[in-house]
Design a protein around this ligand. Structure first.
Ligand code: 13P
Length: 250
């Protein structure tokens, strides 16, 4: 059975002092969680979060990684740099990076390979825009995004990757995919992985849902057989909300 993984994506929020306060609170409230718990935070908060999470079950994640090992890439961070700061997970290809920062399926693949090579677990984001869903292209799009991101990885490496299905129209909008829509599209992603890499890989890889996931809708989403967790934006910024999401089965 796949162990669920619930990750907060703080996006561009919180100072180190605020980060410390939130993680110290969570360290108490999520300590009995049955899922893996991750917070993906701005790099300016790595040290504060690492310190506050010491001895707890909360793992540190980043929100992006460059694909080069080092060099003239002003403003970027390499996978080894993240690793040296205690980062274990990294969000790759979030729709906000695709929309605002020129991220492509090709660069998502390069970043994924760099992350895996450094021993980081990538959380690869895929998902359709509203007009793409309405035009009937959701399945073909998420299949392509997923397979392109994984291209060149070994089957064992793919087993350890996390995919986050985040319909772009559900992010930060308060609109959530229905439980059935999310389950169905995640099933499509898993089938695509199965066709290319076999059933064992497809049955092992964890696929999260993301997009306005919150304390109210988490139970219904997590009850779906294909959904292995969540990538949480807004509801990860407050201890009571994120706690309620992470402890959805308590
Ligand atoms: P919201 O939960 O705020 O909709 O954000 C989802 C998201 O983008 C997580 O990566």
């Amino acid at each position: 059975m796949r162990k669920p993984i619930i990750a907060g994506n703080w996006k561009m929020n919180k100072t180190p002092a605020e980060a410390k306060e939130l993680v110290l609170a969570l360290a108490e409230t999520v300590k009995d969680a049955d899922c893996d718990v991750v917070v993906c935070v701005p790099a300016t908060n790595f040290a504060a979060v690492k310190e506050a999470a010491e001895g707890s079950n909360i793992k540190l994640g980043a929100q992006n990684v460059h694909f080069a090992a080092s060099g003239a890439y002003t403003g970027e961070l390499s996978a080894d740099m993240l690793k040296a700061c205690g980062v274990e997970y990294v969000v790759i290809g979030h729709s906000e990076r695709r929309q605002y920062f020129g991220e492509t399926d090709k660069t998502v693949n390069l970043r994924t390979k760099a992350a895996v090579a450094a021993g980081l677990v990538p959380i690869i984001c895929v998902g359709e825009m509203k007009d793409e869903r309405e035009a009937g292209y959701t399945d073909i799009l998420v299949e392509y995004q997923t397979l392109m991101a994984l291209h060149g990885l070994t089957e064992d490496e793919i087993k350890n990757v996390v995919i986050a299905y985040e319909p772009v129209w559900a992010i930060g909008t308060g609109l959530t995919a229905t439980d059935e829509q999310a389950n169905e599209t995640i099933g499509v992603i898993r089938k695509a992985i199965e066709r290319k890499y076999g059933k064992e890989v497809a049955d092992t890889v964890r696929i999260q849902y993301g997009g306005s996931m919150n304390p109210k809708n988490v139970k219904g989403l997590m009850a779906q057989p294909e959904i292995d967790g969540g990538l949480i934006g807004g509801a990860s910024l407050k201890a009571p909300d994120f706690t309620a999401v992470v402890m959805y089965n308590k």
